[in-house]
Design a protein around this ligand. Sequence first.
Ligand code: ZN
Length: 427
Amino acid sequence: MRVYIGIDDTDSKHSMCTTYVGAVVMKRAESLGARRADYPWLVRLNPNCPFKTRGNAAVCIPLDLEPPRFEEVWDTVVETVMELADTGRGADPGVVAFDAETRSHLHEFYLKAVRELVDLEETVELCESNSLDYWAVGESRGLIGAVAAVGAIEETLTTYELLAYRSKVMWGKERLVDPESVKEMDRMFGQLTFDNYDYEKDEVRVTPHTPCPVLLGIRGLNPDVLPYALSTLKLGEPIEFYEVFRTNQATDLHYVTCDIGSIRPLTSVVIRGRVVRSPTVTQGGHVFFEVSDGSGRVVVAVYEPTGEIRRVVSKLVLSDEVVVFGSVKEKPEGLTVNLEKLKVLRLADLIVERAPRCPHCRKSMKSVGKGKGYRCRRCGFYGPDLNKVSVKVGREIVEGFYEVAVSARRHIVRPLSLHEQDAAEHL
Ligand SMILES: [Zn+2]
């Protein structure tokens, strides 16, 4: 019998990581005779969810087991979650089990949990009517992610992450993974892994900054190379074990393409429009501009931590045609889209008016007075009928795709480096 175990919300801001709980659950289930039916799944849900601890990730463990063993495995799963979850400091863990048949009813719920917000009532209903069993503490909010993870559509789980865990004595201590070895690994496995290093900000990206059991995570497209990538790193400490997860990270699955007039808060959207208010740069380095598509207009916010992309955004002008990828936030001024990726489709002509040039010596002329023509400053030529001329000036940016710095990018957003590979595959 195929059983899918979903687990979520075992971590708090202070400790634990649901992937670790999932990995330990998997080991213990295997010791009871269950067999892994796939890699464990690391499932990212709506990154705008206001209840998330950090990256809003849940875990699903697909297992094959003999039906009489289910109860024993289930009890072990629940005991493990009770033992490891950081309850009392903010974790409200939820655990669910579904079989293959009932899981198929959860796909829609999964997509909704990635793209919108789902409510607890609907979740509990699904558990009561379909699950093999479910268990939760506190407000039971953990059930939402647990059910969504079990409902994950396999075609959307197209990337992998190897997570290496620290021994318990190291939890909360500084990570000493050698940055040079990370860059070297990135060079060696560049095409098969991603987000190892933020070259823009000169920062290691494989290590988290939280006091959780994770030493590091290596993301990639091929699960088999990840252990080799790990073996090249200078870790600075022994690892307890590692596990490779199959994930929906870097898939853009959270985006919904829509008209500006129909965007809603706490969703992630792709909107296409024209720049209708030129970018302004605040003292803190944030850039704001406005786009319209006829159905409405919206402010696009590009905050300081997004890095270099702000240089491009600040050079946009009225009528530039763009596609904006971002998350919708409700601000006192109205809805705002926080930029994650930008496609500049078509740059508008930038026309400036300036004084005419002298027909004799080509020097720029000086206005004599409104409607009174221009006089040359060098040779003195006077043209009473001369007017300002419109000149097309070169643009400082080029059409194309731009993204925020690696360190500002959300787990579920697809990096441009992978767009390039996607395009190459379709040639
Ligand atoms: Zn002249």
